[in-house]
Design a protein around this ligand. Structure first.
Ligand code: SAM
Length: 297
């Protein structure tokens, strides 16, 4: 079956039929560009063996494309006004489950169990931008059964997720995402591909989850604390940033010695450290002697 949505005419027709008005607080900007939809589906690499979790289906535009490609689509939508619309636009598809709920409250493990025998889901979405970070970090951090996330998000946030050490976009979000997944920006998407037009540029990013994190660290929780402390005071040296942070329970001398041990100068800033160097710093501060391998990565 050919998807019927993705062009402005059909989208406007259904919106008018249901007298639907867009709510900013739900981040409602619907896609009206078939090329962008094709790109998302291709990047998500969806096959008939896959069960896809779609976050925020809206009027079902991307859902139709996903249903064509996937074995099953689970579409979770918070806005009750969209549920009857989805029932109409998706009535031709018997492989779509519509769930009326807030994605932040949904038990994704249970969904994977019920619909895919516990095997990992793929996630695809034109995300409501106000929950980008909690949704993505929630999927990555909590070892959810999810192996590949392809989402439209704010362009600046996508750039931060993919950023490398030293640049202005590099920060705690880059390191958090890159510890769990390989990010790849698939396409930049201008505001005129949506109705209504968002005030910011957008990008499609694919996050492919690693089987094992690319660095080994004995205490990931400490590593992330060090990362957050380093970027909280971006203009400060790493040593001062860590020293001034109440969350870091080490003395000035211990921090200085750890920085020296990795072979970095005392004036180094946190924004230049790689993930491997943060892992190493955490290992030294945890007291491990076995740091040579992680330094080589
Ligand atoms: N997928 C549609 C499209 O591309 O045209 C709509 C995308 S729109 C950017 C975001 C969608 O997410 C809206 O339908 C909105 O109602 C829904 N949404 C917002 N917050 C949500 C939440 N917490 N849980 C589930 N859906 C949510």
């Amino acid at each position: 079956m050919e998807p019927t949505f993705g062009n402005p005419k059909n989208t406007i027709e259904i919106i008018q039929k249901y007298e639907f008005n867009f709510l900013k607080r739900f981040g409602q900007n619907f896609l009206i560009d078939t090329h962008v939809l094709d790109k998302i589906i291709r990047a998500a690499n969806v096959t008939k063996d896959d069960v896809v979790l779609e976050i925020g289906p809206g009027i079902g535009t991307m859902t139709q494309y996903l249903a064509e490609a996937a074995g099953l689509v689970i579409a979770v939508e918070i806005d009750d006004r969209l549920i009857p619309i989805l029932r109409e636009t998706l009535k031709g598809y018997d492989n779509v489950v519509i769930i009326h709920d807030d994605i932040l409250k949904v038990n994704i493990r249970e969904l994977a169990e019920r619909y895919h025998g516990g095997r990992p889901l793929k996630v695809a979405a034109n995300l409501p931008y106000y929950i980008t970070t909690p949704v993505i970090m929630g999927l990555l951090e909590k070892e959810m059964p999810v192996d590949n996330i392809t989402v439209m998000i704010q362009k600046e946030v996508a750039e931060r997720m993919q950023a490398e050490p030293g640049g202005k976009d590099y920060g705690a979000l880059s390191l958090a995402v890159q510890y769990y997944a390989e990010p790849y920006i698939v396409a930049n998407v201008p505001p005129n591909c949506f109705i209504p037009r968002p005030k910011v540029g957008s990008a499609v990013i694919r996050l492919t989850r690693y089987q094992e994190p690319p660095v080994s660290v004995r205490n990931p929780e400490l590593m992330f604390r060090l990362i957050r402390a380093s970027f909280q005071q971006r203009r400060k040296t790493l040593q001062n940033g860590l020293n001034n942070c109440a969350d870091i329970p080490f003395s000035r001398e211990e921090i200085a010695a750890a920085i020296e041990r990795i072979g970095l100068p005392p004036t180094v800033r946190g924004e230049t450290l790689t993930l491997a160097q943060f892992a190493c710093l955490a290992d030294i501060l945890t007291g491990t002697e076995d740091i040579e391998d992680s330094l080589k990565k």
